[in-house]
Design a binder for this molecule. Structure first.
Ligand code: NAD
Length: 379
């Protein structure tokens, strides 16, 4: 019997994405040889009706789907209740929040679920087409700029009109990873003057190639795996004092700075916000992990002396059509390493599989998570 891949409707409040889109069905069916199951109306919030999934078995409830699926594809981490419904020994792929959610990880092990966490996919060239942090980060960076433009009382481009000349907006982007670089490109496309900053010196050239001026704070903090490390207190102070002068001049700040598995670095303090112009906007993409700005409240827009600090949650979900399409393609590319001719083969000698694996056969495979669960070094 062909392997059964099931996609339930996402249950987290506000989540509009879906892990399977009509445009990729042919590859799943023809190339993977899989049998597909979808919970009814799972694609609706992303704009995909059930009719758009020909050849897919539609199931009335998630319970039926979990009971039958050999592989479950999700966007958000499952609840404990959802984990307990998974078929014992089945494969789960999705964002699984490996750095938190200990109870969920214990539940996955109790049911001997093999789980692959999209957050753990290695950032190597071969895995770029599987990298969902990048596909969703790109979307978040783009949308953050539109959010800033929407909240701002100013136009972003320079406009020469009969009613006078409008000067272009000044945008500062903090953190030039995937989201930050897309924010720079989007702000430039809207006509803003853009300055950008990151602790990784390799980003200077990338920012400049997108048309941003790089802010040199003199602080460099390359960490492991191409990520940044946490800064020392002296480095933080040095960075803050240089950045504050640029932030104070900005019409909009897009902050994206993150360190995997850690709270977001605090980069913009209240005193700096108080130096900003009335009507200036901060869109803090790090809101969900505590925010890059001291005043950020996740899911809220704070007005501090006329400066708006917007802390959106789950930005990719607001662009659900393309976010789902890109995410589903990431999942397909990962599955094509695992499913051949309708059969499941997990090759733990493949770095992509080994690194992405959170749990397997009742054991936590991701070493930092394993240590945290045993009360050792936190991850
Ligand atoms: P991320 O979301 O973890 O962090 C966003 C950015 O914040 C990073 O650029 C980081 O350097 C920066 N940052 C952290 N602390 C900061 C601070 N105190 N001040 C200013 N900036 C700070 O990063 P990401 O977007 O997921 O990308 C991380 C890395 O992975 C990058 O080097 C990226 O180029 C690399 N990457 C590689 C591949 C690949 O080769 N397959 C794919 C995607 C990303």
């Amino acid at each position: 019997m062909a392997i059964r891949i099931g996609v339930p409707k996402e249950t987290l409040e506000g989540e509009r994405r879906v892990a399977l889109v009509p445009g990729i069905l042919k590859q799943f069916i023809d190339r993977l040889g899989a049998e597909l199951m979808l919970e009814k109306s799972a694609g609706e919030a992303s704009g995909f009706d059930d009719d758009a999934y020909p050849g897919v078995m539609l199931l009335d409830t998630a319970d039926e789907l979990y009971a039958q699926a050999d592989i479950v594809l999700k966007v958000q981490p499952p609840s404990i209740d959802e984990v307990n419904k998974l078929k014992e020994g089945s494969l789960l792929i999705g964002f699984l929040a490996p750095h938190t959610g200990d109870e969920r990880i214990h539940a996955l092990n109790a049911r001997k679920i093999t789980s692959l966490a999209m957050e753990l996919v290695p950032r190597i060239s071969r895995a770029q087409s599987i990298d969902a942090l990048s596909s969703q980060g790109n979307i978040a960076g783009y949308k953050a700029v539109l959010m800033a433009a929407n909240l701002s009382g100013r136009l972003f481009p320079m406009l020469t009109t009969a009613a006078g000349t409008i000067r272009p907006a000044k945008v500062v982007v903090i953190g030039a990873g995937v989201a930050g670089l897309q924010a720079i490109a989007t702000a430039r496309r809207l006509g803003a003057i853009v300055e950008a900053y990151d602790v990784r010196s390799a980003t200077k050239e990338q920012c400049e190639s997108l048309g941003a001026k790089f802010i040199d704070t003199g602080v460099k903090a390359e960490g492991e795996g191409g990520y940044a490390r946490e800064l020392t207190d002296e480095e933080k102070a040095q960075q803050a004092s240089v950045l504050a002068d640029h932030i104070a001049q900005a019409d909009a700040v897009i902050s994206t700075a993150a360190i995997p598995g850690r709270p977001a670095p605090k980069i913009i303090d209240t005193a700096t916000v108080e130096r900003m112009k009335r009507g200036a906007v901060i869109v803090d993409l790090a809101a969900e992990t505590g925010g890059n700005c001291e005043l950020t409240r996740a899911g809220e827009t704070v007005d501090h002396n006329g400066v708006l600090i917007h802390g959106p949650r789950n930005v990719p979900s607001t662009v659900a059509v393309h976010a789902s399409e890109m995410y589903a393609r990431n999942l397909y590319n990962l599955l094509s390493l695992i499913v051949q001719d309708g059969e499941l083969t997990l090759d733990f000698d493949d770095q992509v599989i080994a690194d992405s694996c959170l749990t397997h056969a009742g054991e936590t495979k991701h070493e930092p998570t394993r240590q945290r669960l045993q009360g050792g070094t936190p991850s």
